[in-house]
Design a protein around this ligand. Structure first.
Ligand code: SF4
Length: 399
């Protein structure tokens, strides 16, 4: 039974005024997000919370997406990114190809090189093991360090999501990366059971992903996390995932942003017939994420995955659009083109917000927590940033 609107409004009002909500109340709201009136109350409260914490600012990062390898040892039931080595679409970028994409990014004013790749492909695919060995690399993360160096030396700030990494691997990547990321996706163990989307994906075990988040926190690395909506988790499990991210950040202060990402079913996958969340539901979850995470944290929703409702998302408490590329595809969702930056600016501003460009790290970390970065990475980031930590206007940066 849906929560009465008056009860929902009371919970939301407390969440906004206290900048906090407890898990039981968040679960009550979550269970009623299908009710448009409750959803609107959550979204209105979330917008108020965002305005208190972030003012009218909504940020984005101008990036290039480099899918360093689309080989992966996992087989998530919804994924079209991962290819088998004998597929004509299998690809591992050579370093000169990385450099070429980076040159295109620099030429179009991008500052972030997003290195995104499959998880430990060398474990499942001997061909990839050989490919690495022939080039002198012991593992994929070893190679990612080198690709990060190439991207950095080409003039961009890398942000890497390479799946599960050890502490030592994250530390090695910190030498060239401004930040790292791993979607927590879901804390639901059920999704890893036989028949679930993560049964063939050992790297999607919640405990493994939580451990990497924890270790990134112990290292003090600015870290991107997020939840994936609609892969079979319950509303209560989504709330648990949001609280897990909040608790990690309370312990370590390292979660630089939380992505609220809707799953889109894709032809040719085991989940091709799954029903995704509606855009309205996605907006409701952006709102609930804001209420759980509070006014000060960064809540992101990708604009290419709900392009018809950018205004609704803006009125649901997000303060970041994430990476948007004028050059490359979203290789995870290649069917979903990015809005142009002109369109993003026009629609963000028409909805009453101010679009600002950020680096793959937020101003507070960059300006106030130098210990989080390798010195050369921070120096490069500061050269691209203005005194407020956002990206310096182009003509000034070039001067
Ligand atoms: S871990 Fe990532 S790349 Fe690998 S199969 Fe799952 S979603 Fe695809």
């Amino acid at each position: 039974m849906s929560l009465a609107l008056a009860d929902a409004e009371r919970i939301v009002a407390c969440a906004v005024s206290d900048a906090a909500i407890d898990p039981a109340e968040a679960e009550l709201l979550a269970g009623s997000l299908g009710d448009a009136a409750v959803r609107d109350a959550v979204r209105a409260g979330a917008l108020e919370s965002k305005l208190r914490g972030k003012g009218d600012v909504v940020s984005f990062s101008r990036n290039v997406f480099i899918p360093l390898t689309n080989l992966c040892r996992d087989r998530c039931a919804y994924c079209t990114f991962a290819k088998l080595p004998d597929s004509p679409e299998a690809k591992t970028y050579a370093l000169d190809e990385v450099a070429e994409v980076v040159r295109g990014g620099v030429a179009t004013g991008c500052s972030e090189a997003l290195l995104c790749l499959g998880d430990k492909p060398e474990i499942a695919h001997p061909q990839h093991r050989d490919w690495l060995r022939e080039r002198g690399y012991r593992s994929t993360p070893d190679y990612v360090v080198e690709a990060s160096r190439v991207a950095f030396e080409g003039g961009m700030l890398p942000h890497t999501n390479a799946g599960i990494l050890t502490s030592d691997e994250m530390q090695a990547l910190r030498a060239w990366n401004a930040s790292l990321g791993l979607m927590l996706e879901s804390t639901s163990e059920r999704l890893c059971a036989r028949g679930g989307p993560h049964f063939w994906a050992p790297d999607k075990k919640p405990a493994v992903r939580l451990r990497m988040h924890e270790e990134a926190g112990e290292l003090g690395i600015p870290f991107t996390s997020g939840l994936l909506l609609g892969i079979g988790e319950t509303p209560a499990e989504r709330v648990q995932t949001l609280f897990a991210i909040r608790d990690l950040d309370e312990r370590h202060g390292h979660i630089q942003e939380t992505i609220v990402q809707p799953f889109h079913p894709k032809p040719g996958t085991r989940m091709r017939a799954a029903t995704p969340l509606s855009d309205a539901e996605v907006a409701g979850w952006v709102g609930l994420a804001r209420l759980v995470l509070g006014p000060a944290r960064n809540v992101q929703a990708p604009p290419n995955l709900a392009p018809d409702v950018l205004e609704t998302l803006l009125h649901s408490g997000l303060n970041d659009w994430g990476g948007v590329s004028p050059v490359t595809l979203d290789f995870i969702n290649p069917e979903a083109p990015w809005p142009t930056l002109d369109e993003l600016r026009r629609r963000t501003e028409a909805a009453g917000h101010r679009l600002v460009e950020r680096l793959p790290v937020y101003p507070d970390d960059l300006l106030e927590r130098p210990e989080r970065f390798a010195p050369r990475v921070r120096e490069a980031a500061l050269r691209l940033a203005g005194p407020d930590g956002w990206v310096r206007p182009r003509q000034e940066a070039a001067a």
